[in-house]
Design a protein around this ligand. Structure first.
Ligand SMILES: Nc1nc2c(ncn2[C@@H]2O[C@H](COP(=O)(O)OP(=O)(O)OP(=O)(O)O)[C@@H](O)[C@H]2O)c(=O)[nH]1
Ligand SMILES: [Mg+2]
Length: 361
């Protein structure tokens, strides 16, 4: 699962990347116009609680991969679209975090000369739309030619219909993530990876002085932008970068100083996780408490497969208890006593935060 950080130059992408990954770059490396890539732990208070209860040797968080893409320069586009090198790099991401600049900094001026959150959000969305539109148009041209040449016309006709529908949507300035894709369309989404079909988290990188105003700023943006598979979150990259480098005992005091109650970046990474349609299940024990990642709607057998392919193949049953039920009961023994530790078959659809024990052959 890969999430790409996108946005204009000097919006704070690399600062976010460093905070999330705890990989600290020196000034020269941070300014390099290359993309950085790393694995990030998904913070999870439920896993923390389970770890406190079981006191295992190891705690393992779920992870996602974060890619810090270089800022979009004006030169990255030819009139209406990004260059092909940039597109091929962004397409492989499963979702985007669009870092939008909301802070003033005279030393690093904004490329447009002023701070305007709404303008910057629209400008990236427009570029994504135009890129998809250009793709769909060239695809339609190609399909028209194929229609004359090839024998199997049904497949081509179906794709033409789909591309025409996408084209109409994009021309109306509507991103493809607004469409409820039909089963038969999904393969095109998978093959062509249109940028506007991907979940989008808009991260408003606000000034340090705007902590108290962040709700107000968020609401004003939300009143103008909404949609399917889109979320907007405010955060403070610079504060968070400092915060992430402090020893734990100093963190609370520092957060209080800025009026922060929890880490906005922790919240953001969880939001990104939800946005991708992901959920966790837990395995617990004295050796290890661990959060595993599966897609919503997956079965107990799929969950077993996330742990090991052998568990998938030799799946017998899963012992399941919901996280809340477990906490209420207070221990595994109590869960068994009360009969809330259930046996489920391979078709069982996992719920978020199920605690599983897979029985396999
Ligand atoms: N005041 C303030 N400065 C910030 C904030 N976030 C980033 N900066 C500063 O802005 C500059 C650029 O930040 P980066 O994180 O490198 O921005 P970027 O989006 O990666 O930039 P490119 O890689 O060039 O596209 C650095 O000097 C940061 O210290 C913020 O929230 N507040
Ligand atoms: Mg950068």
């Amino acid at each position: 699962m890969q999430i790409g950080l996108v946005g204009l130059p000097v919006s704070g992408k690399t600062t976010v990347f460093q905070t999330l990954t705890q990989i600290y770059l020196d000034a020269a490396a941070a300014m390099k116009r290359e993309s950085n890539q790393a694995i990030v732990k998904v913070p999870d208070k439920r896993l923390d609680t389970l770890t406190e209860m079981f006191n295992p040797k190891k705690k393992v968080n779920a992870t996602i991969e974060i890619v810090d893409l270089v800022g979009l320069q004006k030169g990255d586009r030819t009139s209406s679209q990004f260059n092909s090198q940039f597109i091929s790099k962004v397409k492989t991401n499963d979702a985007f975090i669009h870092v939008v600049r909301g802070f003033e900094d005279e030393m690093n001026p904004h490329i447009e000369g002023s701070i305007d959150i709404y303008r910057d959000i629209c400008s990236l969305e427009d570029e994504f739309l135009l890129t998809d539109l250009a793709f769909v148009e060239s695809r339609l041209e190609k399909l028209d030619k194929d229609l004359m040449k090839q024998k199997n016309k049904d497949d081509i006709k179906h794709e033409i219909e789909t591309m025409q529908k996408w084209h109409k949507t994009l021309e109306e300035n509507i991103p493809l993530r607004e469409l409820d894709f039909e089963e038969s369309e999904i393969k095109y989404v998978k093959n062509y990876q249109p940028l506007t079909a991907k979940p989008l988290l808009i991260a408003l990188n606000l000034a340090e002085g705007d902590v108290a105003k962040s709700d107000e700023i968020l609401n004003s943006i939300k009143s103008k932008i909404s949609g399917n598979n889109i979320r907007i979150e405010p955060f403070f990259a610079k504060i968070e970068l400092e915060l992430s480098q402090l020893p734990p005992e100093e963190k609370d005091m520092f957060m209080e100083e800025y009026g922060l109650t929890d880490s906005p970046l922790d919240r953001m990474i969880r939001r990104a996780y939800d946005l991708l349609g992901l959920q966790s299940f837990f395995t617990v024990g004295e050796d290890e408490c661990r959060a595993w990642t599966i897609r919503k709607g997956m079965t107990a057998q799929d969950a077993a497969g996330a742990i090991h392919t052998d568990f998938y193949n030799k799946f017998i049953r899963a012992e399941v208890v919901g996280y809340d039920d477990f906490i209420e009961a207070g221990s595994m023994a109590k869960c068994k006593e009360k009969g809330i530790f259930r046996l489920e078959g391979k078709e069982y659809i996992c719920k978020d935060a199920d605690i599983l024990n897979i029985r396999h052959g």
